[in-house]
Design a protein around this ligand. Structure first.
Ligand code: ADP
Ligand code: MG
Length: 346
């Protein structure tokens, strides 16, 4: 039955617009963790500390030592579509930062109690902004930013009901940081839950030694390194690096398949299909190969503005990417060491 009364067209209230937008970006605590860690990395952080209570539902705090936010810009950081990362379409087409939509903080603030504590380089004091009240006052901390998100979805109980147990939400949060950690071996990460240190991955100096191998060993375990081989392959505008597991390292689940495009963790069928097809002749049955693949490509040849969470990308020429990845993995698997599985770490 059609509605009896047609209502007039009206602008939605700002808060409701933000809550609707938040639905796309913030699905669970791990989405908040991902956005806040993205911001920390964009700010040039060398150390990122994540603290959680109740799987992140009661508290998510992300602390960084990046370049901070100036006092006068703190309120802007919370505004929808306000960003320091792009200013034009040309910037968007060659974006090198994790963020660029200027949406995350506004979205998160609309479904939580959020505060920003930040001190920018050269500023004499830090400032604390309470998102709800707008109150801004001096506070203490070194250069960098701490974002606190409390009581996620307290105002949207429908969303809150979809949350799983604390343990499950925590696992998703850890997975989110793990994805960042594998992209940035040069940055240190720590995750605390209920006052207990859950994971700690120390910064690996990029100079001297294989920082990626060390980070992979820290995050996935020494066996991953013992049972994988490095790869590097360039084809035109595409360069593929990383490590691929030998066939014996394959797992029952596809949970150790990490793909990055220009430093961003992505889920992409072109990449997973290319990798899988490289294992065609050496891996049989349902077992899933393990790998960490890093695709670097001219930013003009990939669109990252496809999905609000930026977990999907679109390649201008997906064949060129598919071929590059497939060849990279095939070559690595054909190398003599791929059969032997010699540990690389001292
Ligand atoms: P985006 O990352 O797309 O720009 P966000 O809503 O995530 O949008 O953040 C808005 C702005 O706030 C950023 O552009 C940045 O200038 C600032 N900001 C957010 N988090 C941090 C941080 N941890 N350190 C420094 N600046 C930050
Ligand atoms: Mg952001």
């Amino acid at each position: 039955t059609p509605p009896a009364v047609r209502r007039p067209i009206r602008d939605l209230p700002d808060e409701l617009v933000s809550q609707i937008a938040a639905g796309e970006v913030v699905e669970r605590p791990a989405s908040v963790v991902r956005e806040l860690v993205d911001n920390a990395l964009d700010a040039g952080a060398a150390q990122v500390t994540v603290r959680l209570l109740a799987g992140g539902v009661r508290l998510i705090s992300v602390e960084d030592d990046g370049d901070g936010i100036a006092r006068e810009e703190l309120p802007l950081a919370l505004r929808r579509h306000a960003t320091s990362k792009i200013a034009s379409l040309a910037d968007l087409e060659s974006v090198a930062t994790m963020g660029f939509r200027g949406e995350a903080l506004a979205a998160i603030a609309s479904v939580s109690e959020m505060s920003l504590l930040s001190r920018s380089e050269g500023q004499a004091s830090a400032f604390l902004l309470d998102a709800r009240s707008g109150e801004l006052r001096p506070a203490a901390r070194g250069t960098g930013t701490t974002v606190e998100v409390k009581e996620l979805f307290f105002s949207t109980p429908a969303r809150r009901k979809f949350l799983k147990t604390d343990a499950t939400e925590l696992a998703h949060c850890v997975e989110s940081v793990r994805r960042h950690a594998l992209a940035r071996p040069d940055v240190g990460f720590a995750i605390w839950h209920e006052g207990r240190l859950v994971e700690q991955w120390r910064a690996q100096p990029l100079a001297g030694g294989d920082a990626l191998a060390r980070r992979l060993a820290d995050v996935l375990g020494e066996e991953f390194i013992a049972q994988s081989v490095p790869l590097r392959h360039s084809a035109g505008p595409v360069t593929v690096t990383g490590r691929v597991g030998i066939p014996d390292a394959a797992r029952a689940r596809a949970d150790w398949q990490f793909c990055y495009v220009n430093g961003r963790y992505v889920r992409d069928r072109v990449l997973t299909h290319a990798a899988r097809s490289a294992y065609e002749d050496v891996l049989h049955g349902q077992r899933q190969p393990v790998y960490a693949l890093y695709v670097d490509i001219d930013p003009a040849r990939v669109d990252v503005n496809v999905h609000p969470t930026k977990i999907e990308v679109r390649f201008r020429d997906s064949r060129e990417v598919h071929q590059a990845v497939r060849h990279a993995v095939e070559n690595a698997l054909a190398a003599p060491r791929a059969g032997a599985g010699v540990p690389l770490l001292p």
